[in-house]
Ligand binder design. Structure first.
Ligand code: ADP
Ligand code: ADP
Length: 238
């Protein structure tokens, strides 16, 4: 579980901009794929398509063999539950506690905070605590999200994304606003999830970071896939 197969996917935005141009990509369970490319290359468009945060214009995206581009209703919700999405700006509810932000992952982003704190089960709270412990943030359980540094917020977002026990983790420029030290912590957290067996796909600007963490590097340019190599075959002048 945790495979992603992108078959001939194109995305043309309503204003005519080409986001993705006939992309083919076959990701196996347990890979740590880093997608690199300049701003505007299509990285974010691709991750958003894999999670069906938007529709594609053409092609299909099979997650463990099931096409998420055509899924609807309950089936789509089930597929999304298998996917953790981590964003550049963390997307935490700033005035809520760390615990409450993490517990929100239990019900999915779309219904965030409809339920009150007391409605979460003991089991959910234990799971939230375990996920926070994994990213070394358990001591901040009762701290308000807006009192945390950027790196700490991103680690809370990672803990939140783990609440549904996903098989796939998608991270869109997760370290774009972080300093080098917290960048390492967040990338190490993603590495840790990969070690636990999750398929990880991360969009990054930095080729150095990609080299340090990826098992495979994919390059996009102008919406096209222009590079795709396992890390062992990557060489410095590529
Ligand atoms: P990256 O993540 O690599 O920076 P994006 O996927 O955000 O690239 O963008 C790919 C292309 O699609 C760019 O030309 C960008 O301007 C365009 N684009 C992204 N989002 C939209 C949108 N909502 N409407 C129109 N064009 C968009
Ligand atoms: P969806 O298609 O799923 O509704 P979009 O891809 O349109 O979502 O929106 C993604 C974000 O990109 C939005 O915040 C949007 O404002 C922004 N955006 C809009 N136009 C562009 C563009 N030309 N280049 C980059 N980003 C854009």
């Amino acid at each position: 579980v945790g495979t992603i197969k992108v078959n001939d996917v194109s995305k043309i935005y309503p204003n005519g901009t080409i986001g993705l141009d006939h992309i083919n990509l076959d990701i196996q369970s347990g890979e740590f794929v880093v997608i690199v490319g300049l701003s505007g290359a299509g990285k974010s468009t691709l991750l958003r398509a894999i999670n069906r945060l938007h529709d594609v214009s053409e092609g299909e995206i099979l997650l463990d063999g099931v096409d998420i581009t055509k899924a609807k209703g309950k089936e789509l919700r089930q597929q999304r539950r298998n996917i953790a999405m981590i964003f550049q700006n963390f997307n935490l509810v700033k005035r809520a506690t760390v615990a409450r932000n993490v517990l929100a992952g239990r019900v999915g982003y779309y219904s965030t905070f409809r339920s009150t704190f007391g409605l979460f089960s003991k089991e959910d709270k234990e799971k939230a605590a375990a996920n926070l412990d994994r990213v070394n943030m358990l001591d901040k359980y009762y701290t308000r999200a807006d009192e945390l540094s950027g790196g700490q917020q991103q680690r809370v977002a990672i803990a939140r994304s783990m609440m549904q026990s996903p098989n796939i983790v998608l991270a869109d420029e997760p370290i774009a606003s972080l300093d080098p030290k917290t960048t390492k912590m967040v990338m190490d957290d993603l590495q840790h999830l990969n070690d636990m067996g999750m398929t990880v796909v991360v969009n990054l600007h930095s080729v150095e970071l990609a080299m340090a963490y990826a098992t495979r590097i994919v390059g996009l340019r102008g919406g096209k896939l222009v590079y795709d190599k396992p890390i062992a075959e990557v060489n410095a002048d590529d």
